[in-house]
Ligand binder design. Structure first.
Ligand code: FMN
Length: 172
C-alpha cells in the first residue's frame, strides 16, 4: 500500500481513451466497501461519460476546471444528508478509496472540490451540479473524481515528505 501511496499523484491530463467497463465497475465496488459511521453507507454516485455533460461540468467551479471537459470519466460523489451526520467523513473515505483503486488499475484521478465552492454560473458549485444532473436536494454533492488513463507522468512522492513533527507520542 505504501508503494501505491508514493506513486499516486493527482492527474489532470488524460489520454483520449475510455475507461473499460470492468475497471469502472471495480472503482464503484471499491468505493462502496470502506468504513462508515454506524455502517450507514450514505454514498451515491453519478457516472458521467457523455462529452456534452463533461463539457458543462467544466463550469462547476470559478475559475472553471479546464481538465474536466477532457476527462474520459467523471464520478460525481454524493452524500445522503438525511441518513447520517457523518456523511462528509463517510463519503470522503469512499472517494479516496476510489482514487486508490484507480491508481491500482493503472488509471489516474483527481478530486474536484464541489462542496463549499462557487460555480462559473452565479450559483454554488453544488447547486450547479445538482441542476445539471437532476440530483435531489437531500443529496449533498461532495466532489467529482475525474478518472482516465494518465497522459504523462508526475514525480512520485518521497518518504522524506513525511513530517515527523506532526506526530506526537503519548501527549501532544
Ligand atoms: C479535499 C480536496 C479537494 C481538492 N480539490 C481540488 C480541485 O478542486 N481541483 C484540483 O485540480 N485538485 C483538487 N484536489 C487535488 C489536490 O490539489 C492534490 O491532492 C494536492 O495538491 C496534492 O497533490 P497529489 O494529489 O498529486 O499528491 C483536491 C484534493 C482534495 C483532497
Amino acid at each position: 500500500m505504501l508503494d501505491l501511496l508514493l506513486t499516486r499523484r493527482s492527474c489532470r491530463k488524460f489520454e483520449d481513451k475510455a475507461v473499460e467497463a470492468e475497471k469502472k465497475e471495480k472503482l464503484l465496488q471499491a468505493a462502496q466497501l470502506g468504513p462508515t459511521g454506524k455502517n450507514t453507507r450514505p454514498w451515491e454516485f453519478v457516472v458521467v461519460e457523455k462529452k456534452e455533460t463533461l463539457q458543462k461540468l467544466g463550469d462547476c467551479r470559478q475559475p472553471n476546471q479546464p481538465f474536466l471537459p477532457k476527462t474520459p470519466l467523471a464520478i460525481v460523489v454524493l452524500g445522503n444528508t438525511q441518513k447520517t451526520d457523518t456523511w462528509i467523513e463517510d463519503v470522503s473515505i469512499a472517494a479516496v478509496i476510489m482514487q486508490l483503486e484507480a491508481e491500482k488499475l493503472g488509471l489516474g484521478s483527481c478530486w474536484v472540490q464541489i462542496r463549499l465552492r462557487e460555480s462559473n454560473q452565479g450559483m454554488s458549485s453544488e447547486e450547479y451540479v445538482r441542476k445539471l444532473l437532476g440530483i435531489p436536494e437531500y443529496m449533498a454533492v461532495l466532489s467529482i473524481i475525474a478518472v482516465g488513463y494518465p497522459s504523462g507522468t508526475m514525480p512520485a512522492h518521497q518518504l522524506d515528505e513525511v513530517d515527523q513533527a506532526k506526530i506526537h507520542t503519548e501527549t501532544y
